[in-house]
Design a protein around this ligand. Structure first.
Ligand SMILES: CN1c2c(nc(N)[nH]c2=O)NC[C@@H]1CNc1ccc(C(=O)N[C@@H](CCC(=O)N[C@@H](CCC(=O)N[C@@H](CCC(=O)O)C(=O)O)C(=O)O)C(=O)O)cc1
Ligand SMILES: N[C@@H](CCS)C(=O)O
Ligand SMILES: [Zn+2]
Length: 774
């Protein structure tokens, strides 16, 4: 394989970079500001210093054009709302009084004013703040942040490329503002929004931007002809402006499909496309569309969302083909590097054999630079890097960790029967009723109780050697006793141990499974100042010993009431980790499912009659394109059943989901064959209960009656009103009473009162029910 030198040198670039700093300095500064410990000037200086460090790192690595404007104090979609003046009425006063505090009020709410809604950024684990728009929306341009960051980078001697959320994606991500008819389509505001983008583009040009990037990831989803027309109109209009920089329209997270010819024909100067596995079809589609004559193509060949080293030969082959399809080809990651941790070199505890397969943002940047050099100067110019890359890749294929014969033999022997309970739901529900003896409208919680500072300190003390394992265990047991005692006093029917021993629900299990690696510093922004350290599914997965049994059994030993075992399901274990890219996802899911199956069976053997297997990520992992849904849902539901079908008919399997709308996957939820499901529902006033009913969902369900994302305490009447709504959709014999999700982010005072009110509401409604309902 050789790549011919490109006509003009290919350049290396990135669309965005992790914002937090090596030691999460940004989190600390912002949270310090919220607590009044850091003043606004210090926060601004910290942020500027982080940006300076990022650009310097990129430039030193050999990146030609650095992104600006991708930095954010909270979220880049919120920044876009500020840029176009889409500040909800309820936040305007706060923004007028103090722009920074008003910005944070939109993000987090205040005592009196609700924040913007937050939801998943496409199929990533990053969350953005949903723009609220209505038919009366008036947009006004505020380019201050974008211009300031551009000037900052110019003053430091860089070649900056401002990055903006594109107008079509911005409107497609928006929702009807409160009080506006839910079927209002924000995209109808496009003609009003484009002049504001035109103003921002003029300001950026005046400030010295040669190129501006407009991100349109929404165009890699299935789009209607009207939406595609809107995209065509948007880029005809923006492209037709004279007072602007050159425009690079960036797509990522998949193939552009029908949107590719639309953008290719538009009068913009450049397109950025995903050429990793998720966007592989872009290559043939681009050729079919006649390429991009006269345009710049930025080729996303380095995966921006996983942490594996690139396959240089494969990327160079793609890049070589692309040379014939565009006027100029540059090299980049397939998406912003926001979704990967900063620096693999900071990980000192990872087996060196595995470490050589890892590339975080810093290493990916180096890969992009090497590939650009290879494309420009020919493969001889990167011969040493190619040889090292080949050796690293080969060491992975042959490694013991990636091929555990026992695990492989076990997955190969899976039969259909392993994924089926021994009795159908209708029969086993009777056995469970007899076995558990629960009242109508049984009350429960979702698993976690407040993760107090004391608990986090205990974990930090253990890590630092200030306490030993035994001392840590004692602290966890103290907490379990407190959680159990509270639940008994409050009158909850199915208890939990409270998950005090878990730092993060996925990381906790990953740390105990062979084949999974945890990182020390691999933080990735989840939302605002909240970060996760996604573990790495590096090899074949097995469970050396039980993971939760001792805590659940300890909790059960303290009470006569059933204590619910608590596990994270296979789909979520994959969704919130970095997955293997050397085998199908379904295969990895089956391995994780078998490890969980052993845990489920061990819990049952140790006296646990109710076991919850959480799958909050089931909906978010749904592929962005509808034609890929069926294949995903098949392995996803199969792996859940594999994990949960090894138990007796009278053992009750629960599942739990949150953070998404589930109306379009009710069939898949049914296919899980769980006995009980708890779902987030309080904010949407039980919408999901109606959706389950509309589908004829036959099982028990607990639509949440307590919104745990807010410190607000629901009154007994409020919880009762939600329950009554629930009862309109789900009969009393199948309705459970629970919060929306776990309580780990809540404080104890509000948790106590809220749960007492929830139990009182259930009791009140139970008393109102006709006796035959029982
Ligand atoms: C439900 N959600 C989850 C998602 N993904 C997951 N993997 N897990 C989830 O629960 N995706 C969707 C949502 C996202 N929601 C959240 C909610 C809250 C957080 C959050 O609070 N993150 C914390 C970090 C949590 C954690 O791991 N804590 C550790 C402590 C780690 C730490 O900060 N150590 C410090 C030292 C601390 C000390 O000395 O006290 C250090 O190493 O420097 C623990 O509990 O032990 C955050 O701080 O951002 C994230 C996603
Ligand atoms: N059992 C977990 C589910 C979170 S989605 C908890 O309660 O925190
Ligand atoms: Zn949840």
């Amino acid at each position: 394989m050789t790549a011919k030198p490109a006509a003009a040198a290919a350049r290396a670039t990135v669309y965005g970079y992790p914002r937090q700093g090596q030691n999460r300095e940004l989190k600390k500064a912002i949270e310090g500001y919220w607590k009044g410990r850091v003043d606004a000037d210090t926060l601004r200086r910290t942020a500027a210093e982080l940006r300076r460090g990022t650009w310097q790192q990129l430039a030193e690595a050999g990146v030609h054009e650095v992104p600006t404007g991708d930095f954010s104090y909270y979220d880049h979609v919120l920044d876009t709302s500020v840029m176009v003046g889409a500040v909800p009425e309820r936040h305007r006063e706060a923004v007028r009084t103090d722009a920074l505090d008003g910005y944070f009020a939109m993000a987090r709410g205040t005592q009196d004013v609700a924040p913007l809604e937050m939801t998943k950024w496409f199929d990533t684990n990053y969350h953005y703040l949903v723009p609220e728009l209505g038919p009366d929306a008036v947009f006004t341009a505020d380019s201050a942040k974008q211009v300031a960051e551009l000037k900052e980078a110019l003053a430091l001697g860089h070649t900056p490329r401002p990055v903006l959320v594109g107008p079509v994606t911005y409107l497609l991500l928006a929702k009807a503002a409160p009080g506006v008819a839910a079927d209002f389509e924000p995209l109808t505001l496009l003609d009003r929004l484009l002049p504001v983008y035109a103003e921002v583009l003029a300001d950026l040009r005046a400030a010295g931007a040669e190129w501006v990037q407009l991100d349109e990831p929404a165009l890699v989803q299935d789009r209607t002809p009207a939406e595609l027309n809107a995209a065509a109109r948007a880029y005809r209009e923006l492209g037709g402006l004279t007072d602007r920089s050159k425009l690079l329209v960036a797509s990522y997270f998949g193939r552009l499909g029908e949107a590719l010819p639309v953008l290719a024909k538009s009068p913009v100067e450049g397109l950025a496309l995903d050429f990793t596995e998720s966007g592989a079809a872009n290559l043939a589609d681009l050729a079919a569309a006649g390429g991009l004559p006269g345009k710049r193509l930025v080729a996303g060949v380095v995966n921006g969302r996983n942490i594996w080293i690139n396959d240089y030969e494969k990327s160079l082959a793609t890049l070589g083909t692309l040379l014939g399809l565009a006027d100029h080809v540059d090299v980049s990651a397939s998406s912003s590097l926001l979704h990967v941790p900063l620096d693999a070199a900071a990980e000192h505890d990872i087996d060196p054999q595995v470490a050589r397969w890892l590339a975080f943002a810093r290493q990916k940047t180096q890969e992009i630079v090497v590939l650009a050099r290879g494309l420009s100067a020919g493969t001889e110019a990167i011969a040493a890097e190619l040889a090292a890359n080949r050796a690293d890749l080969a060491s992975r294929t042959d490694a013991v960790i990636t091929r555990d014969p026992a695990v492989r033999a076990r997955t190969a022997a899976i039969t259909d029967a392993d994924g089926r309970r021994s009795q159908p739901y209708a029969e086993r529900t009777l056995a469970q009723r007899a076995h558990l003896g629960l009242p109508l409208l049984p009350t429960t919680t979702i698993g976690s109780f407040p993760q107090t500072t004391e608990l986090r300190t205990a974990r930090a003390d253990l890590r630092a050697g200030r306490i030993d394992e035994a001392g840590y265990e004692e602290r966890i047991k103290d907490e379990i006793r407190e959680v159990l005692s509270f639940q008994e006093k409050a009158g909850i029917d199915v208890l939990v141990h409270g998950e005090p021993e878990r730092n993060d629900m996925v990381q906790y299990f990953a740390e105990q499974l062979t084949g999974y690696l945890a990182t020390q510093h691999g933080w990735v922004q989840s939302y605002g100042t909240r970060y996760v350290r996604p573990p790495v599914l590096a090899g074949d997965i097995s469970r050396p010993e039980p993971m939760t049994v001792r805590w659940t059994a300890y909790a059960q030993s303290l009470t006569e009431r059933p204590v619910k075992g608590m596990l994270t399901g296979p789909v979520t274990m994959l969704a919130w980790s970095f997955v293997r890219d050397d085998q199908p996802l379904g295969e990895t899911a089956r391995q994780v499912a078998l490890a969980l199956r052993d845990e489920v069976n061990d819990l049952e053997a140790n006296g646990t009659s109710v076991i919850q297997v959480d799958e909050p990520a089931l909906r978010e992992t749904l592929p962005l394109r509808a034609d890929e849904h069926a294949a995903y849902l098949e392995w996803a539901t199969e792996s859940f059943r594999l994990a949960t079908s090894g138990v007796r008919p009278d053992t009750q399997i629960h599942t739990h989901m949150c953070y998404a709308e589930f109306g379009d996957i009710v069939q898949a939820i049914d296919d899980l064959d769980a006995d009980v499901i708890s779902l987030e529902a309080a904010r949407s006033h039980m919408q999901v209960a109606r959706e389950l009913a509309a589908h004829g969902y036959p099982r028990e369900a607990g639509p949440g009656v307590y919104d745990i994302h807010s410190p607000r305490i629901p009154s007994t009447e409020e919880a009762a009103a939600l329950l009554r709504k629930g009862l309109e959709a789900i009969p009393a014999t199948r309705l459970w009473v629970n919060p929306d999700c776990g309580l780990k982010t809540r404080g104890w005072p509000e948790t106590r009162t809220s749960l007492e009110n929830l139990v009182a509401a259930a009791g009140g409604i139970r008393a109102e029910l006709p006796t035959e309902a029982a």
